[in-house]
Design a protein around this ligand. Structure first.
Ligand code: ADP
Ligand code: MG
Length: 590
């Protein structure tokens, strides 16, 4: 077995490695470091999160650059501010005995002039997020024309986040003969394309099976109706009293909503998403690191920088759009040799997605039952009993023992125990004793969209098949422009020149407000409440037949194929809510 010494690293680095307490190289380090040290080559390395990629490129880069020169020779691009700072800190630690070394982090949300000043002092290595880097190049604040080594870290994530053009642009300012080292957890075709277009005969390294999730993680799914998703989430949390988890939602809106509800219900929860200020995000992350938050509800993008080792559960409140993203999510747990559980709450229509994920991660999911009320009560009771059993006695209580004993003079030990536990337990018991079964069966006929129509609003919209939509693409389109969650738009029925869809009543105001004056590709898109309730009982014939007066509005509507050019994003009305969530004692939880 190789030691760091065997890999060919110099004394300065070995000294730092000893300080860090790294005893042996990880697999990706063992494979990458000799290749990068001994040859001038491009490299594609695939390895999961937490496998030590930073050192795999960091050590060779540190050894190869010339610290006596103040020219920028190494450029590391990474997707988020958090990762950027993390890499910078690591590289500084690795290079602590490399005299004269200057590593500078460049990222958005902080003073650009201050960063430019630091670069000017002479940074041999720059660690940057693509957006800010591009900005600084265009303002002549950095010179990367002498770069010898460039690293694309978390390449799949950067591409997921839409940085492809920025990366292309940045690389066009670097010398052709530099070496590019690409690190990624997964290899979707976009990453393969980057490797093909920007790299010259890259050597390939794969750690573990391609795209395989961490072997320390077990995968479970729970089948329920969409409307019961939140209740299911609470049960999973209640059935795991010591949970320390990240709960993934698909949109910022759902993330905020779920976190707020959890807090309202007495859980130690917090939200992490892009609409929060940097300061708010830092506070939430701090609370999470300190275990004050047990359930961190996050979007995929915001969760990218989470480097917390002892996460016990990842909960997929909703499945991600991209299956690859699932690997990243589940990789948040089962780190540093610990085991973890990745749970997925799904509705029936998503069962086939589980099969696709299984193929990609090359592991089987276990179908689990959502715990029933009494099971949860038992778990909570036993957890409490264990806590009491393991509690260290506070001897200040001795002073009051006489009085307390007097009070319980006539109680037996059993009675006392029962009373004591009832204080905590009754709350759970009252809540759960009549709680319904949330499980549904895969084969049951009940339609996932079978919400009671009395709580929902049916709308008419003046686009249809003629505009290139089918029910799925119209649903996607509505979800996107209205920024709604996956299950918020349902019963979509597309006719030739018009369509119908439903939302919960509570969204009615938002939907109608959005479509007041909503122009799409130069044409007014009209949405009205329909009298047709849609599906369920007595599906009436639609009264509207898309009459003549609507046709003039439709004339220059170009249909869905053009929608990328104008996604209606300008209309976005995200609430930049400032009342981000903090933690709260867990006492009155429900
Ligand atoms: P990745 O980029 O693959 O997600 P990191 O480079 O961030 O992983 O490393 C994860 C953690 O493991 C860091 O805290 C790092 O200091 C530590 N680490 C890296 N290499 C080793 C090693 N050889 N031995 C022990 N710990 C290591
Ligand atoms: Mg990394």
């Amino acid at each position: 077995m190789n030691t760091f010494h065997d890999l060919g690293l110099n004394e300065d680095l070995l000294h730092a490695i000893t300080d860090l307490g790294f005893t042996k190289p990880s697999e990706v380090q063992e494979k990458a470091i000799p290749v990068l040290l001994n040859s001038e080559t491009d490299l594609v390395a695939l390895a999961q999160t937490g496998t030590g990629k930073t050192a795999a490129f960091g050590f060779p880069m540190l050894q190869k650059i010339n610290v006596d020169s103040r020219t920028t020779q190494g450029l590391i691009l990474s997707p988020t501010r958090e990762l950027c700072l993390q890499i910078t800190n690591e590289i500084k630690l690795y290079g602590k005995y490399c005299k004269g070394l200057n590593v500078v982090a460049i990222y958005g949300g902080a003073s650009i002039t201050e960063q430019a000043r630091e670069v000017k002092r002479g940074a041999q290595i720059i660690v940057a997020t693509p957006g800010r880097m591009k900005d600084m190049i265009s303002r002549n604040m950095v010179d990367i024309t002498k770069i010898e080594y460039s690293v694309l870290d978390e390449a799949d994530e950067m591409l997921n986040m839409g940085f492809k053009e920025d990366i292309t642009d940045i690389l066009s300012h670097t010398p052709k003969d530099k070496n590019t080292w690409l690190f990624s957890a997964t290899m979707p075709k976009e990453v393969a394309a980057i490797a093909k277009n920007f790299m010259h005969k890259p050597q390939e390294i794969t750690v573990g099976t391609k795209n395989e999730g961490s072997s320390q993680v077990s995968h479970e799914y729970y089948l329920t109706n969409s409307r019961d998703r939140y209740l299911a989430l609470k049960r999973l949390a209640d059935a795991n009293p010591d949970i320390f988890s990240v709960v993934f939602c698909r949109t910022k809106r759902d993330t905020q909503k779920v976190a707020e509800k959890l807090i309202e219900d007495g859980y130690n929860a917090g939200a992490l998403h892009g609409d929060l200020s940097q300061n708010q995000r830092d506070l939430v992350m701090k609370a999470f690191r300190n275990n004050q938050i047990q359930m961190l509800v996050a979007t995929d993008v915001a969760a990218r920088g989470i480097d917390v080792d002892d996460i016990t559960h990842v909960i997929n409140y909703q499945l991600p759009d991209e299956i690859e993203t699932y690997t990243h999510r589940s990789g948040r747990t089962g780190r540093a040799g610990k085991t973890g559980v990745s749970m997925v709450i799904i509705s029936k229509s998503e069962v086939r997605k589980i099969k696709s994920i299984e193929r990609i991660i090359n592991k089987q999911f276990v179908k689990k039952e959502i715990p029933n009320g009494m099971e949860i009560c038992e778990v909570q009771l036993m957890s409490l009993a264990n806590k009491v059993h393991n509690t260290e006695v506070n001897h200040d209580i001795d002073n009051y023992l006489g009085k307390i004993n007097e009070l319980f003079e006539d109680s037996t030990k059993d009675e006392l125990i029962k009373k004591f536990f009832s204080v905590e337990f009754s709350r759970f018991h009252n809540y759960y004793q009549k709680a319904p079964d949330l499980n549904i069966s895969e084969s049951s006929k009940s339609n996932d969209d079978d919400r009671s129509t009395s709580n929902t609003t049916r709308y008419f919209i003046n686009v249809g098949k003629k505009d290139g939509y089918d029910w799925m693409s119209l649903k996607d389109f509505l979800k996107e422009i209205l920024e709604l969650g996956r299950d918020d738009v349902f019963k979509v029925e597309v006719k030739d020149s018009f369509s119908f869809f439903n939302t919960e009543n509570e969204m009615k105001e938002k939907v109608l407000a959005f479509f007041t004056d909503f122009k799409y590709n130069g044409r007014y898109v009209n949405v009205e409440v329909s009298e047709n309730r849609g599906g369920g009982g007595g599906r009436k014939r639609d009264r509207r037949r898309g009459g003549g007066q609507r046709d003039d509005r439709r004339s220059n509507f170009k249909g869905k194929n053009d929608r990328k050019s104008s996604s209606g994003k300008s209309k976005s009305r995200r609430s930049k809510s400032d009342d981000f969530v903090a933690s709260r004692p867990r006492r009155s939880r429900r």
